[in-house]
Design a protein around this ligand. Structure first.
Ligand SMILES: [Zn+2]
Length: 412
């Protein structure tokens, strides 16, 4: 078993074949969730899994599970998977690599007639990208109970088309209850979507933590007045106040290295006129850190800065902290590390900056993530790129992490 390796060429060919569904001129993919193209991609996945001896189940959220029996089929399954949907200007690897790495593990086990201890399952999660229907990671979110099934199925796209109908149209509105499968561990292989592994010249990222996120709407309310007739000391300038907060958000991130991040990406100015001092400025704030305590302290720093600034400038600053996504712990990533070490790949601990289906699966089962480098750290872009060797390494690590988890699997 220790000498077992995946087939690099077959994995690459599968990636290229899948990329034809929604292929763009610039070499990327436009395959939005639950479109006809997504349906074709799903059909190909299902046919590949059936050809390698799997039985297929589809749940009410359109999530697909291809099951390969093991020695002891009462044991919880070792599951891997990711998503086949892409951004409108997406690449060939985000998500797809995680799904097809699973297919390649399946094929390798199948052709070598390997009977694993626990059953293996290969999954495709509906609408991970959140591009056509909001929110992101919708299928896995419903599976683990973070979102309500009916609410999500009734979501509409920009044309008013309903997710339930769209899934039905492509043949993937199943009847299994989401969350009802017997799963013991979940693994997801994914391109890093960032520059760290490439920068460190490292083949495998052992993902230990998933980014925690705090989202805010901040409103500064001052008073509109004439830009030419209002002396500086008599102004209540909402924009100048907002600018100080924007700068402070960057400072907060810098004060919490190496993982602190702070972003203001959206702003509305009222009345938005060249010669009127702005009376109201509304903007977003996004603070991130994989450490829950540091993220809380970043929150405290922002809140107290805004409070003091409001007093100093004698105007109103409302900080609406409306969303908190707790950092994720990937407790099965030790299996990933053991596998990387055994196979002789260079590896390092890393955290996931973006959301992934595995972040939600970590709610209900020990989960692990394998990251592989991507060129210049670029993703959500048609030029997203990686190499056959980088995919090969990630897929071999996935297979051995799954085998390791399978050997140690016990009854729930
Ligand atoms: Zn993805």
């Amino acid at each position: 078993m220790n000498t077992l390796r995946i087939n690099k060429q077959r994995l690459w060919d599968s990636l290229m074949e899948m990329a034809q569904f929604g292929a763009t001129e610039k070499g990327g993919c436009n395959r939005l969730a639950a479109t006809a193209l997504d349906g074709q991609a799903r059909d190909l996945f299902v046919s590949w899994c059936k050809a390698a001896g799997c039985t297929i189940s589809i749940d009410k959220m359109g999530n697909i599970f291809a099951r390969r029996a093991g020695k002891n089929n009462d044991l919880p399954a070792v599951v891997t998977g990711s998503h086949l949907d892409t951004q409108p200007t997406g690449g060939k690897f985000d998500g797809v690599f995680g799904v097809l790495a699973g297919v390649e593990v399946l094929r390798t086990l199948h052709e070598n007639n390997i009977e694993t201890n626990a059953p293996f399952e290969f999954s495709v999660w509906t609408n991970e990208e959140g591009s056509r229907f909001a929110p992101a990671m919708q299928g896995s979110g419903v599976y683990v109970g973070r979102f309500d099934l009916e609410t999500e199925l009734n979501k509409t796209d920009v044309d008013g088309l309903v997710l339930r109908d769209e899934l039905k149209k492509i043949g993937y509105l199943g009847d299994e209850e989401p969350g009802s499968r017997n799963i013991g561990a979940f693994f997801e292989t994914h391109i890093e979507q960032g520059p760290i592994l490439e920068d460190e010249d490292t083949e495998i990222g052992v993902v230990r933590l998933g980014q925690g996120i705090r989202w805010y709407n901040i409103t500064c309310t001052g008073r509109e007045s004439h830009a030419g007739t209002t002396p500086m000391h008599l102004r209540y300038d909402a924009m100048a106040t907002a600018a100080l907060i924007v700068a402070e958000i960057e400072n907060i991130a810098h004060r919490n290295p190496p993982n602190g991040l702070g972003t203001v990406g959206f702003m509305e100015v009222y009345p938005n006129s060249r010669n009127t001092i702005p009376g109201t400025v509304k903007f977003s704030a996004d603070l991130r850190n994989p450490d829950p305590d540091i993220l809380k302290s970043m929150d405290d720093q922002l809140q107290s800065f805004c409070q003091q600034l409001a007093e100093k400038r004698n105007l109103d600053i409302e900080v609406d902290h409306f969303w908190y996504f707790a950092p994720v712990k990937f407790s099965a990533s030790e299996n990933v590390k053991i596998a990387a070490k055994k196979l002789g790949y260079s590896h390092m601990d890393i955290y996931a900056g973006a959301g992934h289906d595995a972040c939600y699966m970590a709610d209900i089962v020990p989960s692990g993530m394998v990251f592989t480098p991507c060129k210049d750290g670029i993703s959500h872009n048609e030029i997203e790129s990686t190499t056959e060797e980088q995919c090969e390494a990630g897929c071999n690590v996935l297979m051995h992490a799954m085998l390791e988890a399978s050997e140690n699997m016990t009854m729930k």
